[in-house]
Design a protein around this ligand. Structure first.
Ligand SMILES: Nc1ncnc2c1ncn2[C@@H]1O[C@H](COP(=O)(O)OP(=O)(O)OP(=O)(O)O)[C@@H](O)[C@H]1O
Ligand SMILES: O=C(O)[C@@H](O)C(=O)CO
Length: 416
């Protein structure tokens, strides 16, 4: 293995596994840090953690354990993958985890580049944009767990770490002065360097610049240029792909704007059931009634969602407590997925990083095969067990409006 990735959530891990696989790296995604040594020859291992929104100390401990496994299994470069919208709070967890990894890997600096231009997240003058809006005016300021109220990634990161934060400007990158800028940053004791990038070419250039870096941090985009540094070649052919042909379902705990559009699009022509915050207070009852609903619509791709408008989420959090609701919804979706598989479902589409983490973890520690891309940043993931299951784990703000229908179709696979 050459490249070892620590993903701070499950959909994000799938996103970067997809990027690496697309540029030809033989990639496996693990649900949590494996307990056994790697037995097969691969180029990249992606460890999916669920550390984005937990206590910073726990996030550091889990990320270090993942890092140690990756290094012990041959990784030459570690990538810390977080969200392209830099989801975090003033307490962490990006800063504390990056800081701990720098120490663990005994290295002086690392790039910080959440940019993902293919999904319209660009970084310019240290400010993160979603499409033509600043991050803090993109809807992300209403995120239920990590409201992003400051688009200046240098300033936001500086709140999370005592390390000095630097900046690699687009001008330095494009004029070929990046290495000199990084030497100057080192001289100035800057350890975390926020790097501008507004196009895939910028990300590829950054990829070349970090060839000798032990640690790279960023969104999935930064991974595009990494396999080439190890001589790994692109293999972009369409091969037969065995998905899973059993009944499919959709679970959504995501309240992001893209998911809300996808729910609206799917809801109009398919069976769907909505859970509201009050339902979350009795997870057992919610699972039982949702399971009845799923089973009675088994062959028509039923959808269960708790997705709500930001004002509704804010009111529910104020009434019942944010963490309590998050934990209850996680439990409901995870148990529902397990029960649904026991009832015969084989294709599972999940919307939302936290929700996907809860669902995927419920199936236990596992290695997931990375299949074809469904939509930008979302691959098919196969759990080749008994039974064989095909997953689509979608980040909140990813995917076109008809994502759910496309995902259910893609998870079936194709012969040629
Ligand atoms: N109706 C609701 N009321 C209050 N909170 C909710 C409701 N529905 C979902 N939530 C919470 O909102 C959070 C959604 O997080 P999740 O990561 O799954 O989606 P997302 O933020 O859209 O995705 P991503 O992290 O990939 O951007 C969860 O913690 C969930 O418990
Ligand atoms: O980087 C992204 O936007 C996604 O992979 C993600 O992490 C959202 O959960």
């Amino acid at each position: 293995m050459k490249i070892g990735v620590i993903g701070d959530d499950f959909t994000g891990a799938g996103d970067i596994a997809n990027t690496l696989a697309k540029v030809g790296a033989r990639t496996v995604q693990y649900v949590g840090t494996p307990t056994v040594r790697l037995k097969t020859e691969i180029d990249a291992a992606v460890i999916a953690l669920k550390t984005r929104s937990i206590d910073a100390g726990d996030a550091v401990t889990q990320s270090l354990a993942a890092c140690r496994w990756l290094i012990a299994n041959g990784a030459e470069q570690i990538v810390f993958k977080y969200c392209s919208t830099f989801d975090s709070t003033p307490r962490g967890n990006i800063g504390p985890v990056a800081e701990a990894l720098l120490v663990e890997l005994d290295t002086t600096l690392a790039l910080v580049c959440p940019a993902f231009p293919a999904n319209r997240r660009t970084l310019y003058n240290g400010h993160l944009f979603v499409g033509d809006r600043l991050l803090s005016e993109s809807g992300m300021e209403n995120h239920p767990l990590t409201p992003m109220t400051d688009p200046d990634i240098r300033r936001w990161l500086a709140r999370q770490t005592a390390l000095k934060v630097g900046h690699l400007s687009l001008e330095s990158l494009r004029s070929g002065n990046a290495q000199a800028a990084l030497r100057l940053a080192k001289h100035n004791h800057e350890r975390l360097i926020v790097a501008d990038a507004i196009s895939d070419d910028d990300l590829l250039a950054l990829g070349r610049i970090v060839r000798t870096h032990r640690l790279v941090t960023g969104g999935s985009g930064i991974a595009m240029g990494l396999p080439g540094n190890f001589g790994i070649q692109s293999a972009m052919d369409r091969r037969p792909f065995a998905g899973s042909d059993g009944p499919g379902l959709i679970l959504s705990g995501s309240c992001s704007s893209a998911t809300r559009r996808q729910i609206a699009a799917y809801d109009s022509g398919h069976p769907s059931k909505r859970l509201d915050a009050a339902d979350a207070l009795d997870p057992g009852a919610a699972v039982a009634s949702c399971l009845d609903f799923l089973v009675s619509h088994k062959d028509t791709g039923p959808l269960v969602y708790s997705t709500a408008e930001p004002s509704e989420v804010a009111a529910a959090q104020a009434q019942y407590g944010r963490d309590r609701l998050a934990a209850s919804f996680d439990t409901i979706f995870a148990e529902l997925a397990i029960e649904a598989v026991a009832a015969g479902f084989r294709r599972i589409v999940v919307a939302g990083g936290e929700t996907s983490g809860a669902v995927a973890s419920a199936f236990g520690a596992a290695a997931l095969e990375v299949g074809p891309e469904i939509d930008t940043g979302v691959p098919v993931l196969i759990l080749d067990g008994k039974p064989r299951l095909a997953f689509a784990l979608k980040s909140g703000n990813f995917g076109a409006d008809d994502f759910f229908e496309c995902a259910l179709a893609t998870l079936k696979g194709w012969a040629s």
